[in-house]
Design a protein around this ligand. Structure first.
Ligand SMILES: [Zn+2]
Length: 450
């Protein structure tokens, strides 16, 4: 059954715990969609990281098919990590499929959207845009129209790790309002077959305010004045959702609200390059002061067999001729890793060719490492005695990502489905194609929810 229009509302990082439980009564628009439609936890991809995750949703392919493994990816043939762009995408997103079929699309902050792809419709770049206050658009002149219609529009909160927390909350709330206004402007002036927006403010609120909201966070202080900050952002996003759905152009549309991954309290960081050094895989030719970045460290690359890049998960890269053997050894030793309390900690280490169906692995690390079921970040900096720290080397960060995001879908054949446990991120693209009456490629990694 075909619907006239699909509206996809992304709440970046939205967690089932907040959206479906703790804040459910504060989110009337989302809760009404749940009551009517199909909903449940949405299994993210491996790794559950924003850029590859939205790309998986948009293409129906796993990260191996998409060819992206993080916000940053290793530049082939170098040890440099560079920020992903839309040009790195190795699979076809639905907006391209739909454009080719003559259907119209509008994208508002859907990663990776810098540079903005030339779709049949309009695109506003995402948080990867070099200047989040003036995100590039397709067509370029749409930028002026957007700034005139929604003066405060921005792709991301500026400097979200460093800012005064009260000011950051105000900025995030204003950004959420502006994104909603931009979505309504597009519905009124364009009425595209597919409107897809992503609100990055939800994820930013998790990272900035999780310890204030969650009594279970190790840094929680009771009476924190920002205890309701995350709830306030969810509420603002829900109010914008209600306004979008109240537009005449949203009538009879199918609606999908989803997140690319979930979130949870960060417990700290595992210093993987120091561990590799201790285990003899990474060799220094001199002393490194605590916190030395890998690129500034006196690494003896002739004797080094592996190095790591950090973030919400760890990436190990083999160095030299015996790469595959080093990777196997590292994987075995990580399986027996002792956590900060000296007891075994759960570590998963994926070899790309074993976990992905897609074969666009040029930018893939040799091992993708998830420490303590993602509760521990991975730090890159060298020169420490302790392998574990409650600090985050890239600035204050309260939250990590979690495997399950959310999905709520309503309209047409999606209604009446109730709670489901079988929803995955790669299902989103085939579901959109099916709703719009387009053929669904037979070899996707996900299945339509219809
Ligand atoms: Zn995200």
């Amino acid at each position: 059954m075909r619907v006239p229009r699909v509206i996809v509302v992304g709440w970046d990082g939205a967690a089932p715990r907040f959206a479906f439980e703790e804040y459910a009564r504060d989110l009337p628009a989302l809760s009404a969609l749940r009551a009517r439609g199909s909903w449940g936890p949405l299994r993210s991809c491996r790794p559950p990281i924003t850029v590859p995750a939205w790309a998986c949703a948009a293409t129906g392919r796993d990260p191996g098919g998409v060819g992206l493994f993080g916000f940053r990816n290793r530049a082939p043939g170098t040890r440099e990590m560079r920020v992903a762009t839309s040009l790195d995408l190795r699979a076809e997103p639905v907006w391209e499929t739909l454009s080719r079929a003559g259907r119209t699309v509008a994208l508002l902050g859907v990663p990776p959207a810098f540079p903005p792809p030339a779709v049949n419709g309009v695109v506003v770049s995402d948080f990867l845009a070099p200047d989040p206050v003036r995100p590039p658009t397709h067509p370029p002149e749409f930028g002026e129209e957007l700034r005139a219609a929604v003066p405060g529009y921005r792709a991301d909160a500026v400097g979200f790790r460093a800012k005064d927390r009260e000011a950051l909350l105000a900025e995030i709330l204003a950004m959420v309002r502006a994104r909603g206004a931009a979505a309504r402007h597009i519905l009124r002036t364009r009425g595209p077959d597919l409107l897809w927006l992503v609100e990055i403010g939800v994820d930013r609120a998790h990272h900035a305010f999780w310890s204030a909201a969650d009594p279970g966070h190790p840094a929680h202080r009771s009476g924190d004045p920002l205890a309701t900050a995350i709830r306030d952002v969810y509420r603002a996003a829900d109010e914008e959702l209600a306004r979008i759905l109240a537009e005449p152009a949203a009538r009879d549309a199918a609606v999908i609200v989803l997140s690319d991954h979930g979130g949870k309290a960060s417990l700290g960081s595992f210093r993987m390059n120091d561990w590799l050094r201790r285990e003899g895989f990474l060799v220094l030719s001199g002393l490194a002061r605590p916190g030395t970045a890998l690129r500034d460290a006196p690494v003896d690359w002739d004797r080094t067999r592996a190095w790591a890049a950090g973030g919400y998960y760890g990436r190990v890269y083999a160095n030299g001729a015996d790469g595959p053997r080093a990777v196997e050894e590292i994987r075995r030793r990580l399986a027996g890793l002792a956590g900060p309390d000296g007891r075994p900690i759960r570590v998963e280490a994926d070899v790309p060719a074993e976990v992905y169906r897609g074969r666009n692995l040029a930018l893939a690390p040799d091992l993708l490492v998830y420490v303590g079921d993602l509760s521990w970040r991975v730090a890159e900096g060298l020169g420490h005695e302790d392998l574990w720290t409650t600090e985050c080397e890239v600035g204050a960060d309260d939250a990590v990502h979690d495997w399950d995001g959310i999905a709520v879908a309503s309209g047409g054949p999606l209604d009446g489905g109730g709670r489901r446990e079988d929803l995955g991120l790669c299902d989103v693209a085939p579901t959109i194609l099916k709703l719009l009456g387009q053929p669904v490629p037979g070899d996707l990694d996900g299945n339509s929810w219809i």
